[in-house]
Each structure stands twice: as C-alpha cells, then as structure tokens.
Design a protein around this ligand. Sequence first.
Ligand SMILES: N[C@@H](CCC(=O)N[C@@H](CS)C(=O)NCC(=O)O)C(=O)O
Length: 204
Amino acid sequence: MLKIYGVPRSRAFRTLWMAKELGLDYENVPVNFADGATRTPDYLKINPNGHIPAIEDDGVVLWESMAINLYLAKKYGEGSLYPVRLDDEARAWQWSFWGMTEVERPVLTAMFHRALLPEDKRDAALADQCERELQAPLRVLDAAVAASPYLLGEHFTVADLNVASILSWARPARIDFGAVPKAADWARRCAERPAARAARELQR
Ligand SMILES: N[C@@H](CCC(=O)N[C@@H](CS)C(=O)NCC(=O)O)C(=O)O
C-alpha cells in the first residue's frame, strides 16, 4: 500500500490531498518535522534531505512534494487529474515549478511572520514586503484563470492542486486577493473540493 510520510500539518498536506482526489488507499506515517523525526537514520534512508513529504509506492521512494504529486497523478489519474497531451503535461510541470519558485517562499514567509511565529519574533515589514512580492505572480494566476476555469482548461488537474496547495497558506498569511478576484474565486473552488476538505480534516 502507498505510504505517505509526514504529518498532515506540513507540506505532506499536498500529497494527502492528492491521495484523496485519486481515491487511493494509503498509510500516513506521521513523521513530524517539529520533533526531530525527519532527521533519524531510518527516515534519512527514505529522504536523505530530512524533509517531509516522502512516499513509498510499490518499491518506488520519492521526495519533493510537486514531483510526488505529478507521479501519483500520472500513475493513478491519467486522463482525469493528469493530462494526456504532452503540451498539457508540460504546462502541469510549468505551473508546479512556478508555484515552488515564484510563490512558495513569499507566502510561507508571510504566514510565519503573521501567524506562526511568537508575536515578539514576527517582522511585520518583512511580511508586508512578501505580500507586495506576491502581487506579480498572483496577477499571472488571475489572468490564467480568467481565460479558463482551471489552469489547464475546463477541468481541475494536478496543476491546480499543486498551486492551490501552496496558496492554501495565503489565508493564514492574510494575503489580500482584492486585486485578483479571478484568482480568489479559483482558490476558493479548489479549496472547497471534497478531497481538499477531507485532507484539511486530517490537520485538526
Ligand atoms: N521542497 C520540499 C520541501 C520540504 C520541506 O521543507 N518540508 C518541511 C516540512 S513542511 C520539513 O520537512 N522540515 C523539516 C526539516 O527540514 O527537518 C518539498 O516541497 O517537498
């Protein structure tokens, strides 16, 4: 059975959401980043970087959340969550790499400095700067989902899941979506999917 390593309140959320979308049977091994469990010799054999998530699937060990989700979607969801055409496949990679390189750091930093860190450790100016930085990629997203309901066209795919899971931090980060209403609507539609809700339940 598919094993997903990582507590749900971490980037493992992305993979748990994917597993729920695909209706997969899986075992969640709740390796926690907060208690040193990601750095034990046994876990480092799974992911030598000492990060979660990681998976084991039929003897295949993989780490990096976007790669894991692209693999699972292609293996178990080709023609639905994973596109069939090469150009669409490449656009799924494009949006996944874009999320990691253009969006993840500023939204994560803003979330830390507005919600997660103890109040006396928060840097409000840094969070504001991250929010300003996010406006350019959010406008790119807004234009894409103004042109079609989802990133690859008419249907929700792995491209949407990967980007929306990164942007799920925008709410605790209190990022203003006022200038990007189409992106806001798209993010809401993604977050309201039953599989996304079920994955969020695991975080409680
Ligand atoms: N780029 C990696 C980042 C993974 C990552 O940094 N995960 C955090 C938890 S959300 C972690 O494992 N931190 C614990 C540590 O570094 O020991 C991915 O997307 O999978």
